[in-house]
Design a protein around this ligand. Structure first.
Ligand SMILES: [Zn+2]
Ligand SMILES: [Zn+2]
Length: 337
């Protein structure tokens, strides 16, 4: 099979590999779509260690179950990429990602979906209804699930004003899920086209901020546009300036939800948090039930996936690098015939 291998030092190479054999309890999946995440860039930039190379990246996977179960009901599937134990206290409370006996993550520490086939534990397969295309399933398996998880953690209530900062793949999903949960969403994008997209998907207000200094205006603008200071700030960008602006714009008792990050540190004096009892929440990916919820919402037409570009494996590197300048409208997806 063809596979794109990450070989370190920011480099990918295309390789021919044997189709991997599935051990007991695992299933081979013929990959039909694999989303290209900002995380891929983090690997290439050396921010995440794949624990062994060459590694096939790609953790946003949808495809058809191959092998013995091929063609059976549920053989169209999205892959939940966290290989958790299923029985520890985290797995039992919908925080699978925190599993204390985790077997790692597909597309991170185990080979992922930028290949024609991937093997996954059978219990990591989430059936994909016929009404949800493979490419949507792939995107839901990361950004959709992440958005559901973050909105659940934030505990949003009906009519709560919230800011979604950064309208990339995750931001578009967050906008929709926060709005479904009842929030009045202000989307902050770095270009007008992204903002238009966010508004078409449920953001009630929007702001284009395209340089770091522009974030100084955010607290005032957010209060003005939302009617009052927001209760929740979803951070998908993670630069010094955006994080500082996020804390500054929150209402007393508000929650800063860190989802995206860069190499820049969070730099805030605890006094600034304490005086208004601000909360910092961090949200990493999601649980299998978050993914099931995202897929159910998509099947009802309530959660839309925006595909920016489609490519084959040959175009993967360019698709990853295009994320660098944050000019991608939605998600780039690698598709397989
Ligand atoms: Zn991802
Ligand atoms: Zn567990």
């Amino acid at each position: 099979m063809r596979a794109a291998e990450f070989v370190g030092d920011g480099a990918l190479r295309l390789a021919e590999r044997p189709v991997p054999g599935a051990p007991d309890g695992w299933a081979p999946v013929r990959v039909r779509a694999a989303g290209v995440c900002g995380t891929e860039l983090h690997f290439l930039e050396g921010l995440i260690d794949p624990m062994g190379m060459p590694r096939v990246l790609g953790h946003e996977i949808a495809g058809e179950v191959a092998g013995a179960r091929a063609g059976s009901p549920g053989s169209r599937a999205a892959v939940y990429n966290v290989m958790n134990c299923g029985s520890c206290r985290y797995c039992n409370t919908n925080r699978d990602r925190l599993c204390t006996r985790s077997g790692g993550m597909i597309g991170f520490t185990a080979d992922g979906g930028f290949a024609e086939y991937v093997i996954v534990p059978e219990r990591n397969l989430v059936p994909l209804p016929d009404t949800v295309p493979f490419e949507a399933g792939a995107v839901l398996a990361c950004s959709g699930m992440t958005a559901v998880h973050a909105v659940r953690l934030a505990g949003i209530g009906i009519g709560d004003p919230a800011v979604v900062n950064g309208i990339g793949g995750v931001g578009l999903m967050l906008t929709q899920v926060a709005a479904l949960a009842g929030a009045t969403v202000l989307a902050v994008a770095d270009e007008a086209a992204k903002l238009e997209l966010a508004r078409s998907l449920g953001a009630r207000a929007g702001l284009v901020i395209d340089d770091p200094e522009g974030y100084e205006t955010l607290p005032g603008e957010a209060s003005r546009m939302l009617g009052r200071a927001p209760d929740v700030f979803f951070e998908t960008v993670g630069t010094r300036e955006t994080m500082r602006a996020g804390f500054s714009c929150l209402a007393p008792g508000g929650s800063f939800v860190q989802i995206g990050y860069t190499s820049q540190p969070l730099d805030i004096h605890p006094g600034a948090l304490i005086k208004n009892e601000l909360r910092i929440l961090t949200s990493a990916a999601g649980s299998k039930s978050d993914l099931e919820t995202a897929i159910a919402l998509a099947a009802q037409g309530l959660l839309k996936t925006v595909v920016a570009t489609r490519t084959d494996l040959d175009g993967l590197e360019a698709a990853i690098l295009s994320l660098k300048d944050r000019r991608v409208l939605g998600r780039n997806v690698v598709t397989f015939a």
